[in-house]
Design a protein around this ligand. Structure first.
Ligand code: ATP
Length: 468
């Protein structure tokens, strides 16, 4: 689909033809129209028709000889055509009652349907009927808002947000993705209605959070969530990072501000959604580990350990996956201080070897996170850290070439030790195995079978073990 001719694919004319023959109106509406004017690629087409959307979709499916998925409960149908996913829905009028979350839904006109859309820029529609094919229908000034880069609700914002409170986070998501401003009345209504977010499921919320995280500058979204009072309700751990404590001459930095800076720094370097989540959570345990020492000032000892332990509960509550993605985030949070400690102290071979061993294939991601974590405003300090990181990277490369530590499997397994000395699983086996691993990581012996075997024999002899 070329940008100049958004309705040039044959399927659009065909939909219009079918609708005309049936005496129905048909329009492309929502994201596809909005994204065309914003020069953003989009292959998801929403078609709204007066009357039944399912019937038109069925007829189109027959004409194109393609499968139609029908979702009777929602009154929608979907098919693929011209490389696009086209979804059909009948125009609806929705009315909400204060005592129920479920709206009363009735058949409606296009304008009824546009009214129940979340934002003016999402309510734009193009006609598909032959008589006015391609005509823009924009009763709420969506084009003006697109041009002025404004997020605004088509109706009274209190009603729009109260009807479906997820729209508050969707508004913040669009502001973040598109770099738009939320119009003041709409913004104030989000603040007023924030408590309503409690009725929205975690699954719907996290879908929006992921989209905020995937934006070029995710910090915009979290700042807006904070300013509207939503952050405290949906992500209290992040909210707790806010603020600065001062005792005497000692003040610590605002960890919320710092976290958002790190998040943007990572986003500038990597598209990896989960590394971005790691950036968001890297200091999450700072409030819980904060202590004051009159000599050294504020400390956050062990925040990386406690932080990695907090990750599963946060993922569970937000209904995020509890799989290897979560483990990756935990690992990044757990290790995020290691390269910097290394860079601050003398960069020894054995420290680099240990880091490579623990980070494994995630070492590049870890280095990206750690470099992003340098948010000091003092240029000389930043320069020194970056130079030290360059040294760490150089050492890593040398050691990796020499010792192949990255995907290190100790050359002597527990099974081999048990077999050689006729042992059941026991403490000695664990000790010998661990001592061999430590010796390799410390550079006492090389990462090879013969040297490791010799060390095993020595350690076994010291323990009075005899070969079978
Ligand atoms: P993206 O494609 O970036 O995820 P989108 O808004 O274009 O965003 P959908 O979330 O699939 O994609 O929504 C499609 C259209 O449906 C929107 O443009 C909007 O008109 C409408 N819409 C979606 N969710 C809501 C909602 N909660 N309230 C009102 N209208 C909505």
């Amino acid at each position: 689909m070329t940008e100049a001719a958004p309705l040039s694919a044959p399927v659009f004319r065909l939909i219009g033809e079918i609708a005309d023959a049936r005496g129905q109106r048909a329009f492309v509406i929502g994201g596809y129209v909005r994204d065309f004017y914003l020069h953003r690629p989009c292959t998801d087409i929403d078609v709204v028709v007066t009357g039944s959307g399912i019937e038109i979709a069925r007829e189109l499916g027959q004409r194109l000889r393609t499968n139609v998925s029908v979702f009777k409960n929602f009154g929608t149908a979907m098919l693929h055509a011209d490389g696009m996913e086209v979804e059909f829905v009948g125009a609806r009028r929705e009315s909400y009652r204060a005592d129920s979350r479920k709206p009363i839904v009735e058949d409606g006109t296009l304008e009824d349907d546009q009214k129940r859309r979340d934002f003016t820029i999402n309510a734009l529609a193009w006609s598909l009927n032959a008589a006015d094919f391609g005509t823009l229908v924009d009763p709420f000034g969506g084009m003006d808002d697109l041009e002025r880069c404004i997020i605004r609700t088509p109706c009274d914002p209190d009603t729009t947000f109260s009807d479906d409170p997820l729209r508050m986070i969707r508004g913040i998501r669009f502001a973040t993705q598109l770099g738009f401003d939320i119009e003041p009345e709409t913004f104030d209504a989000i603040r007023r209605n924030r408590e309503r977010i409690r009725i929205v499921s975690a699954e719907r919320i996290v879908t929006e959070l992921h989209k905020i995280m995937a934006s070029p500058r995710p910090s915009i979204g979290f700042e807006l969530l904070d300013l509207t009072g939503l952050l405290e309700l949906i992500f209290p751990e992040l909210h707790r990072l806010k603020g600065v404590d001062t005792i005497g001459k000692h003040a610590h930095k605002d960890n919320f501000v710092h976290t958002l800076k790190v998040l943007d720094n990572v986003a500038a370097k990597s598209d990896d959604l989960w590394l971005r989540w790691a950036a968001l959570l890297h200091d999450i345990a700072k409030p819980a580990t904060k202590a004051y020492d009159p000599h050294t000032g504020w400390t956050f000892h062990g925040h990386e350990v406690l932080g990695s332990k907090m990750v599963p509960a946060i993922f569970r509550r937000l209904k995020m996956p509890l799989n290897e993605k979560m483990k990756f985030v935990q690992k990044m949070v757990f290790l995020h201080l290691r390269p910097i400690i290394l860079a601050e102290e003398c960069v020894t071979d054995s420290a680099v070897r240990r880091l490579l061993f623990e980070a494994g294939d995630d070492i590049e991601s870890l280095m990206t996170l750690c470099e992003a974590d340098i948010t000091s405003g003092i240029d000389a300090k930043v320069k020194r850290y970056m130079q030290n990181f360059a040294l760490v990277r150089q050492k890593m490369q040398e050691i990796e070439e020499k010792d192949r530590i990255r995907n290190f499997q100790p050359p002597i397994s527990g099974e081999l030790i048990m077999e050689t000395y006729g042992l059941p699983p026991c403490r000695e086996v664990g000790e010998i195995k661990a001592a061999i691993k430590e010796a390799i990581l410390d550079g006492m012996i090389g990462n090879d079978y013969d040297q490791a075997y010799a060390l095993m024999e020595k350690l076994a002899a010291e323990r009075g073990l005899k070969k079978r």
